[in-house]
Ligand binder design. Structure first.
Ligand SMILES: [Mg+2]
Length: 379
């Protein structure tokens, strides 16, 4: 038995180049400091598992992970189901985003203990994952995706590189007009060469604008339509109504927190495809439960954002299509948003995608990636 003897929750900070004060904006020569965290769990028999969240590395997730950790000392590190359940109940007043890093570190530990990748532990069958390019938001200042034309250029570039699908995060100015302009320009440029999706990021100002963009998705044969308007995709009833007006499948769920709450949203008719975020929805344990729930209903899921945890989960989920490679934009040299903490060849940039339009599932024990601990400790 592997008993948890120590949990370390460690922050680190690093500098991003070529970004504005808002790190989502490309600005040549600009700099910004980003702080993230990593959880490591050690057991009495000498095993260690770690996970460094990426997009889910918020200060609230950090605070929760720190508060959750002490109660796990002395527990069996392999009883992930029990730990998930205990944390879910104990943190019932909150959104429970702290569970994910702990859960993933426990899976990493188990994989290392048995010399198997997490994909193997999950019964994974995919070795390579077809990606979609998920763009940075558009910007008004020069650089990055700064015009309708630059979106079309970037989509064409991604198509030539072997990508099979491309998702727009637009200018988020609240209007259907700009959104539809980008969608139309890209479709005209790439023809049927890419599956296209759009995610207005809850920015469209009204329900009617959401219908308007949805009808454009129908006309332009978009693959899915995600989080359109300002209810922040929180209302299942509203999205059931919206689905009555449009044909394109809707991808909702990114902003619904809670295991049972996500199931309720699906059962109330709020979406066609369920969005699950491994870093916000209870790690691997929470993600796989939700994926199986959806599968039993004939529903597909999409995993939100990128990372090694996502790849292992996706390798073992039947009812899913694409790996979200994001966020990307037309600057290959740019080091991206991904924390530069890997000493292996792991990466989630445009340049990491193979000519087959896929990225690999790591094959080493546990997560199958190596963190650069010297860098993390220094930072
Ligand atoms: Mg989204």
């Amino acid at each position: 038995m592997s008993i948890i003897k120590r949990i370390t929750v460690q922050t680190y900070a690093y500098e991003l180049d070529d970004v504005g004060a808002n790190v989502m904006v490309f600005e040549k020569g600009g700099k910004s400091t980003v702080t993230k965290f990593v959880v490591s769990i050690e057991t009495n028999d000498g095993h260690i598992g770690s996970y460094a969240p990426h997009y889910g590395s918020s200060s609230s997730a950090l605070a929760q992970a720190k508060d959750m950790a002490p109660a796990l000392i002395g527990q069996n590190a392999e009883q992930r189901e029990k730990i998930f359940e205990d944390l879910k109940i104990a943190w019932r007043h909150f959104d429970r985003v702290g569970i994910a890093a702990i859960d993933c570190a426990l899976w990493d530990l188990a994989g290392k203990k048995y010399g198997a990748s997490i994909s193997q532990l999950l019964g994974g069958f995919r070795k390579r994952l077809p990606v979609y390019a998920s763009t940075f938001p558009g910007q008004k200042t020069p650089g990055g995706l700064d015009s309708v034309e630059s979106y079309a250029d970037f989509a064409e570039d991604c198509m030539k590189r072997g990508f099979q699908a491309f998702k727009i995060h637009g200018f988020m100015d609240g209007t259907a007009k700009t959104e539809i302009a980008i969608m139309t320009a890209i479709r005209n440029r790439v023809g049927d060469g890419l599956k296209l999706m759009t995610d207005p990021v809850s920015s469209l100002s009204t329900f009617i604008e959401a219908i308007e963009v949805g009808r454009a998705c129908d006309d332009l044969k978009f693959y899915w339509y995600e989080d359109p308007y300002r209810d922040a995709s929180s209302s299942a009833v509203a999205h059931k109504r919206l689905r009555d007006f449009i044909q394109t499948p809707m991808l909702i769920g990114e902003h619904i927190r809670g295991f049972e709450q996500k199931a309720d949203f699906v059962l109330a008719g709020g979406t066609d495809i369920l969005h699950i975020d491994p870093e916000l929805d209870g790690g691997i344990t929470g993600t796989m439960k939700l994926a199986h729930f959806a599968d039993a209903m004939g529903m597909e899921v999409q995993l939100h954002t990128a990372g090694p945890m996502h790849r292992h989960c996706m390798s073992a989920i039947q009812n899913t299509h694409f790996y979200e490679l994001g966020l990307v934009r037309p600057h290959d040299a740019w080091n991206g948003f991904q924390p530069p903490i890997f000493i292996c060849d792991y990466g989630d940039q445009v340049s990491n995608v193979g000519t087959d339009g896929c990225v690999p599932v790591p094959t080493g024990p546990g997560l199958g990636v190596s963190y650069d601990w010297d860098k993390i400790n220094k930072w």
